[in-house]
Design a protein around this ligand. Structure first.
Ligand code: SF4
Length: 460
């Protein structure tokens, strides 16, 4: 048995545990926890309970297990608490650590909980390695713990993707289950492109950059990411990683999870490195990555043509674009510095390159009315008419999550503040309803928002 585990408990949504292929995460491999597990010497396995909910017997831990880490998100925090309590009862010798995106935000409230011994509030690779080796101490970066009643918060340290080992997917016991599903499922829940034959292809996730690619002036107001340096992976290392994954798995489908993969400098270097390192281009596709309208607006015809050729040469088959809204006033509120013309230019560029687009829209943003939602709907319909099967509409009702700018705006409302302002246990469904009440002009008719939510999906 392994001596340490990192567990990713499943999310709760409307009181239901999200496991199996209903889970949002089925096609995204958890490369954050995997990177932590791959960069240490403690034989750590990563268990994703959305995919393998019964892998761990919480009543029966071997006394070999000394450390358990939980990856915490806003959606699974309740499950993390339940799981941690079970471990406290059945295996009180285990040291419990929490890390992941929600800990970056909520560690001050979380560290008061009796269910946890330490929290990683930043990147976890060095912290996990050293806590397990040295025990909790003040020299280890990015951690929080208490010592004789005193709260210890250690210094912050970024990671460098260029020097870390790449995630080792063998540390994830559910890899075969995901592969089987990915080959068999026709609809797909995220990365796979409907209708593509994935027989014999292994799905993987990679990351080419950390941090936010836009400066403080352009931050999206729904974004929960803290101020963080934007560090791009070296293209040389990235190409080498693709090559090694191909050597191991044969043919690979990559979902690239950095916040904006359309960094032209990086992509040009990647193209050169793939050639230099003889990476076989018929053995990989990038079927999911994020791109921003800003990076995809290229006015110069020659440069645009070159960029289209580059995207094709890199086997990029689909890009997720957060269009967010089609009314300039609402767009300005959620995502500064983008205009409607740029949305059209980005769409045309990708369609000209033969690349599919996941077009994402937000509903119930401040000032939303039935008319503004109708404008979004008509635009989504126009996109479908233009791109056909190459366009998939994605939609989301805005959810206020701390510490985003819109969350801060929400806190100005006394009722919202009273209900959500002082707890870390936030229920996504309750938050969604509250967001509609706060921002939708017809707040007494939330059904209108859900009507457009469903209509947008029906376009697919
Ligand atoms: S969502 Fe917007 S603000 Fe957040 S990381 Fe991405 S680009 Fe930056």
């Amino acid at each position: 048995m392994d001596k340490s585990l990192i567990i990713i408990p499943a999310d709760y949504f409307r009181g239901e545990l999200q496991t199996g292929w209903a889970s949002l995460w089925a096609e995204w491999l958890p490369i954050g926890p995997l990177s932590v597990a791959s960069n240490n010497s403690h034989n750590t396995m990563v268990i994703d309970e959305a995919i393998t909910p019964d892998y761990i017997d919480y009543n029966n831990f071997s006394d070999d297990i000394e450390d358990i880490g939980f990856w915490v998100s806003i959606g699974n925090y309740q499950t993390v608490l339940e799981r941690s309590r079970l471990i406290r009862e059945s295996a009180p010798w285990v040291r419990i650590g929490w890390g992941g995106p929600y800990c970056h935000i909520m560690w001050k409230k979380m560290i008061e909980r009796p269910e946890v011994d330490w929290i990683c509030y930043g990147y976890g690779e060095e912290a996990w390695e050293r806590v397990l080796k040295e025990g909790l101490n003040k020299d280890i970066p990015n951690i929080v713990y208490t010592e004789e009643g005193e709260l210890i918060v250690t210094h912050q340290k970024l990671r460098d993707l260029r020097t870390l080992k790449k995630p080792n997917f063998d540390l994830l016991p559910d890899l075969e289950i995901r592969k089987k599903y990915f080959m068999e499922e026709e609809e797909h829940c995220g990365v796979g492109i409907p209708g593509v034959d994935y027989e014999g292809w292994q799905i993987l996730s990679m990351i080419s950059a950390d941090g936010c690619p836009v400066g403080p002036q352009g931050r999206c107001t729904f974004c929960t990411r803290g101020e963080e340096a934007y560090i791009v992976h070296g293209a040389e290392v990235y190409a080498k990683n693709i090559k090694e994954y191909i050597e191991k798995y044969g043919k690979i489908i990559i979902s690239e999870i950095c916040d904006d993969f359309m960094n032209r400098g990086f992509l040009r270097n990647l193209d050169k490195e793939l050639t230099k390192q003889n990476v076989p281009r018929d053995k990989f596709y990038i079927d999911f990555c994020f791109g921003s309208v800003g990076f995809l607006t290229i006015r110069d015809r020659k440069k645009k043509k070159e960029f289209i050729e580059l995207l094709k040469a890199l086997n990029i088959r689909r890009v997720f674009i957060g269009y967010e809204h089609r009314v300039q006033e609402q767009l300005d509120i959620v995502k500064g510095g983008i205009n409607l013309e740029q949305q059209d230019e980005a769409t045309d560029l990708l369609l000209e390159a033969g690349i599919a687009i996941d077009a994402a829209f937000l509903l119930s943003v401040p000032g939303e009315t039935e008319l503004t939602m109708e404008i979004v709907y008509n635009y989504a319909k126009e996109l479908k008419n233009k791109g056909g099967d190459k366009i998939r509409i994605r939609r989301q009702v805005l959810i206020l999550i701390p510490p985003s700018a819109l969350w801060q705006k929400g806190l100005k409302d006394p009722q919202f503040k009273e209900k959500f302002g002082d707890t870390a246990l936030l229920d996504i469904w309750e938050l969604t309803k509250a967001t509609i009440e706060l921002f939708y002009e017809g707040k007494n008719k939330p059904g209108e928002v859900y009507k457009y939510f469903n209509k947008l999906e029906e376009l697919n």
